[in-house]
Design a protein around this ligand. Structure first.
Ligand SMILES: Cc1ncc(COP(=O)(O)O)c(C=O)c1O
Length: 277
């Protein structure tokens, strides 16, 4: 739920107020960049990394450059207005109105989904779906053209799952519609390589560091779906849902069908790291 909103040129506005015109190219064509970052104790997690990825997405979409100072300011104002220390923020940059040259920068503060911890304790079921990411000009870009990602989640639900995992040509594992995917065999953690055109998750980057501290080896590569299906446990990573155990793939249990030890350990480590600042 949207709890606060800040907009370039205006600052904090009522979240129920319209702030984007009907002929904004972000709306008309889905050409806009965005970022989502979780806020712990009033502080956005790894904001500079999110702004770096945001700037790259904007450049790849041929948008005007991201004004980092503006986004820092709008985020601070919106978080102060929200007065909710544990939440998440979404940053948006649109090119603005068709034929105009006034980009629109938006910061949305949202409350966390209430069912998150219950879902983490239970784990999620994922369904594999084909997706041709690496042939795309926009592989790895966080643009608002997420219709396919959202419809993939609907399709996974229709097939009895909670979320999807995308497969590239020849069935290689890519990522979820809004997450990166991981699995474990023994003390080795596996996650697909960025060269596949997947998003460079900020949470993925944090977990690669934290996993090593917990004694896991991390292997990044190109893997078939069978590697995930035969793993001892699996999980997804993302800013809002953090480390989410995956307990079933295509209707069959992953490992013993329960959340695993790496997911638990990494979730705890991520929280420790986030609260340390
Ligand atoms: C396609 C895709 N992959 C992975 C992720 C995870 O990235 P992060 O950990 O930065 O949230 C996201 C989240 O936004 C995403 O949209």
């Amino acid at each position: 739920m949207l709890i606060a909103l800040a907009v370039s040129g205006r600052g904090v506005v009522d979240p129920d107020e319209p702030v984007v015109f009907a002929d904004d190219e972000g709306f008309l064509r889905g050409r806009a960049a965005f970022e989502t970052t979780r806020v712990y104790g009033g502080r956005p997690f790894r904001m500079d990394e999110h702004l770096e990825r945001f700037a790259n997405s904007a450049a790849r979409l041929n948008l005007p450059p991201v004004d980092r100072a503006l986004f820092h300011g709008l985020t601070a104002e919106a978080l102060a207005a929200a007065s909710e220390p544990d939440c998440f923020v979404r940053l948006y940059l649109t090119p603005g109105r068709e034929g105009g040259d006034e980009p629109v920068s938006l910061v949305l503060v949202e409350s966390l989904p209430p069912e998150l911890e219950e879902t983490r304790a239970r784990g999620i079921r994922v369904i594999s779906l084909p997706f041709g990411l690496e042939t795309s000009l926009l592989g790895g870009v966080k643009s608002t053209s997420y219709a396919l990602n959202m419809v993939a989640v609907d399709e996974a639900k229709r097939l009895g799952g909670d979320d999807a995992v995308f497969l590239g040509p020849e069935g290689v594992v890519l990522e979820g519609p809004t997450t990166n995917i991981w699995w474990r065999s023994g003390d080795v953690l596996y996650t697909p390589a960025l060269e596949l055109g997947i998003l460079q998750g900020v949470t993925r980057g944090a977990l690669i560091e934290l996993a090593v501290d917990l004694g896991y080896e991390v292997e990044v590569g190109v893997y078939p779906l069978s590697a995930l299906a035969e793993a001892e446990e699996a999980f997804t990573s993302s800013a809002v849902r953090e480390v989410m155990p995956v307990v079933a793939l295509d209707g069959r249990p992953v490992g013993d069908g329960a959340p695993g030890r790496a997911a638990r350990g990494l979730q705890e480590a991520l929280r420790r790291c986030a609260s340390a600042g």
